[in-house]
Design a protein around this ligand. Structure first.
Ligand code: HEM
Length: 219
């Protein structure tokens, strides 16, 4: 792999942008699920009105832009690696399929991409539309359809659970390769279990510096 090799340099650049944006996205997803959800239970409507539109509005910008960048660059990476043959043109490469059928690497990335795409859809078409209305309602002091926060939380929780197995689907193609039903089920189970543990841990941790203005804050 020569330093001037355009294919390799482009691939590294795409991988780097993809992972950087992925960290921004999933970092904010975890902030929402592990930090913000338990925190919101400790503050009243007056504090929410001041804090949420300003803080959550900013966090949501990084969240959805991170999601879109990760998704678009991820697709470009997919095309470069799996749907392009240098010197030949577009079409399935050896990484995607051989005479024996689809490769383990392709199965892994398709699993990861399926989960990542569901998550991207949830961000842009469920969470963000709901949050726009919720935050405007909080800011203006107007009533919000109670189904909206429930819908946003549900989609956010689904995304958190999917993120664990999704990451296996991102790492395994290049660093593991082989796949069968057992490895796929283990990846999905382990990924979800890790997130479940963190969601359960979240309300209990990091409270030692919090003020205790009222009974709600001590929960
Ligand atoms: C949203 C849909 C997504 C698509 C379409 C996508 C696509 C891809 C593709 C095609 C690869 C290359 C796989 C290979 O080397 O064979 C990849 C790798 C990777 N992706 Fe994603 N991805 C998505 C979401 C994410 C997210 C949310 C993250 C979170 C950080 C992420 C992190 C990674 C990592 C760490 C790698 C491995 C990089 C390496 O080993 O060099 N991806 N992704």
């Amino acid at each position: 792999m020569a330093l001037t090799d355009l294919y390799s340099n482009l691939q590294l650049l795409l991988r780097w942008i993809h992972v950087l944006a992925g960290i921004i996205w999933i970092g904010h997803l975890y902030f929402f699920n592990f930090v913000n959800v338990p925190f919101q239970g400790t503050i009243g409507a007056d504090v929410k009105k001041v804090v949420n539109p300003a803080l959550i509005g900013r966090a949501l910008w990084w969240f959805r832009m991170g999601a879109m960048t990760t998704f678009v660059v991820g697709l470009l990476l997919f095309v470069q690696l799996y749907m392009y043959v240098p010197g030949v043109g577009f079409g399935p490469s050896d990484l995607f399929s051989t005479a024996d059928g689809m490769t383990g690497r392709a199965w892994w990335i398709l699993l990861g991409m399926l989960l990542g795409t569901i998550m991207w859809f949830n961000v842009w078409f469920v969470i963000w539309p709901a949050q726009q209305k919720i935050l405007a309602g909080v800011r203006d002091g107007t009533a919000v359809d109670p189904a909206l926060p429930r819908r946003a939380l549900k989609a956010s929780r689904i995304n958190a659970y999917l993120s664990g197995p999704m990451l296996f689907g991102m790492l395994a193609p290049n660093h593991y390769g082989g796949i069968n039903l057992v490895t796929a089920v283990i990846a999905i189970g382990l990924g979800m279990l890790a997130v479940w543990r963190m969601i359960n841990l979240a309300p209990q941790v990091g409270k030692e510096f919090a003020h205790a203005p009222g009974p709600a804050a001590r929960t």
